[in-house]
Ligand binder design. Structure first.
Ligand SMILES: [Cu+2]
Length: 345
């Protein structure tokens, strides 16, 4: 089976977790096949989310000092997050519950784009995140996020729009291989954010608009995976190397096919390849976030989490094929308002 270039919304990624055939083609210089990865299912919780009272949405919002990890001295190769009830069933907006965000920070490593002298940067390297759309990702074969044994903090926000308290867990399915696995190469997470180092939120007007944010790279390597995050009314985020003019990924928001999401953002496409593109130290990576909401929104987001294999060999891997066609806009069910994704400050 030929590898997929992109379009891995949540369900597809779940399936992909069991399918090594999604890994890109290997060049002859790469190491021998590796043992099958381990699968782990880690949960954080139980979390009691208070009910909505009047116009005050129920909310759990905390920095968790130590999140459970599936392994130590290992490479994480695929992840998929869900918000679940005690019985394992998925919890979503049809029950009033929204996984507003979950971000994990490796305290043992500095973040690539947010310095350690900021509140966000002081928590460490942002290496994984999910919004309610629960985007998963699988790195190309032979690559993983290296985790030693340092404490991992989590920023977790869950909203409860129902009038009863509810108990949930943040569930993360992970694939990993031990450090002893031959030939594994580490990836560096690069967090690109329209309002970086803050709460990531910014306002947009009604109708079409876009916003660009740029980062001058401090690293050199091959971009292997990129996944975006937007709120309701978001269309897509484009990731590019502005210096070379190369387009690296478009991550599209999906709406209206999964009833549990009640019309809100239900997926983001991801781009995965063993050379989506390259970046050199000093070159400028940009994200361009497109919105088209029916009403102005006070606090949307535009974030791309990219994973880069740091190397001076920028000709390694294989060039990614062209992206497929964009999904229809507006989506068939219409563009949702920001209500169910709204922040509570
Ligand atoms: Cu968000």
């Amino acid at each position: 089976m030929k590898p997929l270039r992109r379009s891995l919304p949540s369900v597809a990624v779940l399936l992909a977790l069991g399918a090594m055939s999604l890994a890109p083609l290997r060049s002859s210089a790469e190491p021998a096949p590796q043992p099958a990865p381990q699968t782990a299912d880690v949960r954080y919780g139980p979390i009691l989310v208070p009910p909505t009272v009047g116009d005050q949405p129920g909310e759990f919002n905390a920095v968790v000092p130590a999140m459970p990890m599936p392994c130590t001295n290992c490479f994480l190769t695929a992840t998929q997050v869900d918000l679940v009830f005690d019985d394992g069933k998925s919890a979503n907006l049809d029950q009033g519950l929204m996984l507003h965000h979950m971000v994990t920070f490796n305290s043992g490593r500095p973040d690539a784009t947010c310095g350690p002298n900021t509140p966000i940067g002081s928590l460490g390297e942002r290496f994984f995140a999910s919004g309610n759309e629960r985007t998963g990702g699988t790195l190309p074969q032979g690559f993983g996020y290296h985790y030693g044994a340092d404490r991992v903090a989590g920023a977790v926000e869950i909203m409860n729009h129902s009038t009863v308290p509810q108990v949930v867990f943040v569930r993360t399915q992970v694939r990993w291989v031990p450090d002893s696995t031959p030939g594994m190469q580490p990836v560096r997470p690069v967090w690109l954010d329209e309002n970086n180092c803050g709460d990531s939120a910014y306002p947009v007007t009604a109708g079409p608009s876009d916003k660009v944010w740029r980062w001058t790279s401090t690293i050199t390597g091959r971009v292997l995976l990129a996944a975006g995050h937007v709120h309701n009314g978001g269309v897509k985020i484009a990731l590019a190397n502005e210096t070379t003019g190369a387009h690296l990924c478009t991550s599209y928001a999906g709406y209206g096919t999964k009833p549990a999401y009640q019309g809100s953002v239900e997926s983001m496409t991801t781009c995965t390849w063993d050379r989506l593109g390259t970046v050199r130290k000093g070159e400028v990576l940009s994200i361009d976030t497109f919105y088209d909401p029916p009403e102005p929104q006070a606090d949307v987001m535009g974030i791309v989490l990219a994973y880069v294999y740091e190397t001076d060999d920028l000709t390694g891997g294989t060039p990614a094929p062209p992206e497929g066609p964009a999904p229809a806009w507006p989506p068939p069910g219409g563009v949702p308002s920001g209500h169910s994704h709204s922040h509570h400050h």
